[in-house]
Design a protein around this ligand. Structure first.
Ligand code: FPP
Ligand code: K
Ligand code: ZN
Length: 511
């Protein structure tokens, strides 16, 4: 995505919300970390550490993450050249010897999470932008979502942004339903989706009641297509390359806001024999699987890509139980083959498609497909699967995110050499949280209060997670306690409790 949230080159002057001074917060956080983990070095402490000079072997880094691959194709192409350049940039970071890490690594050679710097970066990303950022004007709900979601993962309470989110998002809602990307812009699914997630993140009645749910339902009725998919904009030219994300965004909105499943009477799709928003949808998603086993952006064509994969699989899992939906509508062995091929060594990160480079954002788009596919294979369980049953290298991705994607003054990036932005910060952290939790699907809803029904989407509210801890061959988990993030609902990419609270509030107010 062509998004650069805030320059990673230098720290801007940050204005924090009243009563939340940056200095106090940073000091308190640093003290808390030091108390919790006296061996942990905060890079801001100014302490010099000799670790940078320590050999990778001493840091107990498996050779697969510090050496070139053993099998190499000798044909040189543009693809192999940029691949080699990427590996060369990653290796010193993976070995823990790169000066930019400032020796801030644990005994297994994993860099510590630069929590305070990322928090500062994200608060900054919610402030003013210079005029050169004007192209971001249509991504305002996204900018808010990426920052609020990231801050939530990092343990910050974002409910303090409720009033600001309400005043930012309100003018973007159109009377005819849905949200545009900025003031006076047409409603778009790709802006209504982050707008609803922002309201869920800040939570509370004042935020929830902002959405005109009846108008939203009528508007979504105009987007439903005869082929089962969804357009992104009503009456606009269909950008077929993006039809896939329309389906995910629409189903997230419908299930979180408890909108009627029936299509509005005036919906065009009714003339083609469809009656509900779900009609023809799983079959439509099924047709997006390609010969490689991955998912493409539209049926029977185009290239399989990681971002499509998450949207399609998460959409199927909102529509029903993973072991029924994924198994019925996907060729699972082929999907497993393509997903597995996305993770590279020595980098440890994922690429989005065949013969392309690793990129931190696929830690979510590809990485967070795994809990869904694994749950499809296991079926419902009452307890979390063990970490060693994971079908991907948790350690490899952790090393890529923490060692290669962190900007030393805050924010996370696609790969070494790139500037951080709030999109990559959000999706690397979402992927990291995915690694730090074992997600599983149960037959009972997670809800504490038991007042949530979920309706036809009840299975979407039956996901649970526990922190993943692996004693492993090293006798300890790869993550230090201070480097752990909050858990997100694996389908909605906000905390479970935020998804449930919004759904429950809407169930209590049928439209
Ligand atoms: C390729 O970019 C990127 C895409 C084909 C899709 C981007 C879409 C998203 C990230 C998801 C949006 C999701 C929602 C829910 C709205 P590239 O060619 O720069 O990257 P590559 O080389 O890694 O393929
Ligand atoms: K990319
Ligand atoms: Zn990316």
């Amino acid at each position: 995505m062509p998004v650069v949230a805030a320059s990673g080159r230098g720290r801007r002057k940050v204005r924090f919300p009243a009563g939340n001074s940056s200095n106090n917060r940073l000091q308190n956080k640093t003290t808390a970390h030091n108390n919790n983990n006296s061996s942990r070095l905060h890079p801001a402490s100014g302490q010099k550490h000799s670790m940078a000079a320590t050999a990778a072997q001493e840091l107990r880094i498996p050779s697969i993450f510090r050496e070139l691959p053993q099998l190499r194709d000798l044909l040189t192409t543009q693809t192999s050249t940029v691949q080699d350049e990427t590996v060369e940039k990653c290796l010193p970071l993976l070995r823990g010897t790169d000066g930019s890490l400032r020796g801030n690594v644990n005994e297994l050679g994993l860099a510590h999470l630069l929590r305070d710097y990322h928090i500062d970066y994200l608060y900054d990303s919610l402030e003013d932008y210079p005029e050169t950022f004007v192209s971001l004007d249509s991504s305002r709900p996204w900018m808010s979502y990426w920052a609020l979601a990231s801050l939530t993962l990092l343990g910050e309470d974002v409910s303090k942004y409720r009033e600001r989110v309400i005043s930012t998002i309100s003018p973007m809602q159109n009377d005819t339903g849905g949200f545009g990307g900025g003031h006076g812009q047409m409603s778009h699914l790709a802006s209504s989706f982050p707008a609803v997630l922002c309201l869920a993140l800040v939570a509370g009645q004042a935020a929830y009641k902002l959405v005109d749910r009846r108008a939203m339902w009528l508007w979504l009725g105009k987007l439903k297509q005869p082929d089962g998919g969804f357009q992104l904009v009503a009456g606009g030219e269909e950008d077929v390359r993006q039809a896939w994300r329309g389906a995910y965004c629409a189903i997230v909105i419908i299930s979180l806001l408890d909108l009627p499943l029936e299509l509005p009477p005036e919906s065009e799709a009714r003339k083609h024999g469809l009656h509900t928003f779900v009609s023809g949808l799983p079959e439509y998603l099924s047709r997006c699987q390609t010969y490689e086993g991955g998912l493409s952006g539209k049926p029977s064509a185009a290239e399989a890509h990681g971002a499509y994969a998450f949207c399609v699989l998460a959409c199927l899992c909102i529509l029903g139980k993973p072991d029924e939906m994924i198994t019925r509508y996907m060729d699972v062995p082929l999907l497993l083959s393509w997903l597995s091929a996305r993770q590279y060594a020595p980098e440890g990160g994922y690429s989005g498609r065949t013969n392309k480079l690793v990129d931190g954002c696929y830690s979510h788009w590809v990485g967070d497909c795994w809990p869904l596919v694994q749950s499809a294979l296991r079926g419902a369980t009452d307890s979390a699967p063990s970490v060693d049953s994971n079908l991907y290298s948790r350690e490899g991705l952790a090393r890529y995110i923490l060692n290669c994607c962190q900007n030393k003054i805050g924010g996370l990036r696609d790969k070494p050499g790139k500037q951080p932005d709030s999109y990559h910060t959000c999706y690397t952290l979402t992927g990291l949280s995915g690694l730090q939790h074992q997600h599983y699907y149960t037959e009972t809803t997670q809800s504490q209060s038991n007042t949530i029904s979920g309706g036809v989407f009840s299975s979407a509210f039956c996901w649970k997670s526990v922190p993943s801890i692996d004693a492993g061959s090293e006798g300890r988990d790869i993550f230090d306690d201070g480097d752990r993030l909050a858990s997100f609902h694996p389908l909605y990419t906000i905390p479970h409790k935020n998804a449930e609270a919004l759904r429950r509030w809407c169930e209590e107010r049928p439209i």
